[in-house]
Design a protein. Structure first.
Lengths: 321, 209
């Protein structure tokens, strides 16, 4: 018996790419640059693959920090993941994180701040307005995506813990629970995953605590329930499933820096001029462009130089990779 | 039908040939999203890596013929070795073509820089360049023409296999489990040869003594 899947879309219903592009051009010309964020979603409808799923997040605001580049599909973003806690293959997190339950969730806040303590997810997120931030993501492996995150500016989130003058850095930690994160049963990295930023970087308006994707709750394989997003740095800095936030005077050593210090540094700013010791960072492969698309040049600070370069004046970026 | 007989080869060789083409058929189907197959979000990388893996697998298969033949006495296995070796070359050549054509879009300055500056790519390129003369001299006519030198030349395959597995190992970001498995298989295949040679030497000495 032939059962027609309800999700099937007739070829006649699919938006032709040229029509789609014309529409974007029209929106731009009409001075509706911020509506570009809206134009992203019809892109999904044009592909015969599953659309966003999961609980919809309420009252998400658009942000001027969003790029108007077309976002990657839900499928690309949720099936091609580097998340070693759920396996080292790109397709493992989407399969092995399916049963992970990110609730209830508690975050320990400690170190140089006046409001330390254990906060649950709702304590941390509920009082903030959620924003959609469509950011470029550049992986250290030289591929890239455009992702419509939903989250809270890290600065407003951290300020509530009242960091004091001894706080020079913020260190983040991922959950360590091999019973729920099967990838942690092998010692690929030294668990738990740790990452850190300078206070200035953490408080930068582009830095985000993401809790959602495409207007929905963050899928497990993308770091549910909350993860860091630092769009001008290589993806490995943007630590997932955060359970601890520490304010410290000492520069944290991230997990990748600990594992291979000559290849992965503390700053990890996207930089086309400084190669990874084993491969070039000059170009990147845009995910979702298909088999016959060419690589494109990587931009300094992943295209966010205007906003972030000032933080690094006087810093030797070749040495501080 | 006796294994090793002409009619046996005439039947089994075309079958093996088709079997060896299966990975390619699958990858072509996946590349064009046929029969429900797909290459995932990063198709170029997937195609590149799969072709490289199959190249190495065929290289290891061709290297397993001799130890297997010695242990089982199935001398007719030798009749399939050339085909396996040529398929190794075929998949590795496709691997290089996908790298140069699809990944680098034939940007020869970028390819040149990669080969010179990235040691794992230097190794891979060296492996392919060493494999090419072996493929060219794989015919019966060439075997006859080169005589004893043919065997010496084709011992290069040991170096190529080491270089190939090393190339795989070196490009992995952190999790070296998979290339380590390839290295173990290669170590067994090369180790049995050393062992067999040693045993033959001892037997020879016993006979002489």
């Amino acid at each position: 018996m032939l059962i027609k899947r309800p999700g099937d879309i007739l070829p006649s219903e699919i938006t032709d790419e040229s029509v789609y592009l014309q529409r974007r051009e029209f929106l731009k010309r009409a001075g509706l640059a911020s509506a570009g964020a809206l134009a992203v979603h019809p892109l999904l409808a044009s592909a015969a693959e599953p659309g966003p799923s999961g609980r919809e997040l309420p009252a998400v605001q658009k942000s001027p920090y969003s790029t108007d580049a077309p976002a990657n599909s839900w499928t690309d973003i949720t099936t091609y993941n580097n998340y070693y806690e759920f396996g080292t293959d790109k397709d493992e997190p989407s399969r092995l994180a399916a049963d992970f339950n990110p609730r209830p969730w508690t975050v320990a806040v400690n170190g140089a701040c006046d409001k330390p303590g254990d906060y649950n997810y709702e304590d941390i997120i509920a009082s903030h307005t959620l924003e959609e931030r469509i950011y470029r993501l550049r992986c250290v492996e030289a591929w890239s995506m455009v992702i419509p995150w939903v989250g809270v500016p890290m600065a407003s989130l951290l300020k509530r813990f009242e960091p004091n003058s001894n706080a020079k850095y913020v260190r983040f930690k991922t959950l360590h629970d091999p019973s729920r994160m099967p990838g942690q049963r092998r010692r690929t990295l030294d668990w738990p995953y740790v990452e850190g930023l300078t206070m200035e970087e953490a408080m930068h308006p582009l830095t985000l605590m993401a809790v959602g994707l495409y207007g929905r709750e963050l899928p497990n394989q993308n770091g549910a329930p909350m993860r860091l997003i630092v769009p001008w740095k290589y993806g490995f800095k943007s630590i997932k499933a955060i359970v601890e936030i520490s304010f410290t005077g000492k520069r944290p050593r991230g997990s990748w820096e600990q594992a291979i210090p000559e290849e992965y540094g503390f700053y990890a700013n996207v930089n086309p001029e400084v190669s990874h010791p084993r491969w070039s960072q000059a170009t990147e492969r845009p995910i979702g462009a298909g088999l016959f698309a060419s690589r494109k040049p990587t931009l300094m600070f992943n295209g966010y130089a205007d906003q972030v370069a000032a933080m690094y004046t006087g810093l030797d970026l070749r040495r501080n990779y | 039908m006796k294994p090793g007989s002409k009619s046996f080869y005439r039947l089994t060789k075309p079958m093996l040939f088709l079997l060896c083409l299966l990975p390619l058929a699958y990858l072509v189907a996946a590349a064009f999203a046929l029969a429900g197959f797909g290459l995932g979000a990063n198709p170029v990388e997937e195609l590149l890596h799969e072709l490289g893996r199959w190249g190495l697998k065929f290289l290891l298969l061709s290297l397993s013929i001799t130890p297997l033949r010695r242990r089982t006495g199935w001398n007719w296995l030798i009749g399939y070795r050339r085909m396996l070796g040529l398929f190794a070359f075929f998949y590795i050549l496709l691997h290089f073509m996908v790298y140069a054509g699809l990944d680098q879009s034939l940007n020869f300055s970028a390819i040149g820089a990669d080969i010179l500056k990235r040691p794992y790519i230097t190794l891979g390129m060296a492996g392919l360049l060493m494999l090419a003369p072996l493929a060219v001299t794989s015919t019966k006519g060439m075997m006859r023409r080169l005589g004893k030198r043919w065997q010496i030349l084709h011992r290069l395959v040991y170096v190529i296999a080491i270089v190939g597995v090393w190339h795989f190992y070196w490009q992995v970001k952190l999790d070296t489990l998979e290339p380590t498995l390839y290295a173990l298989v290669l170590a067994v295949l090369l180790g049995t040869r050393v062992y067999d040679a040693q045993m033959a030497r001892l037997r020879q000495r016993a006979r002489n003594g």
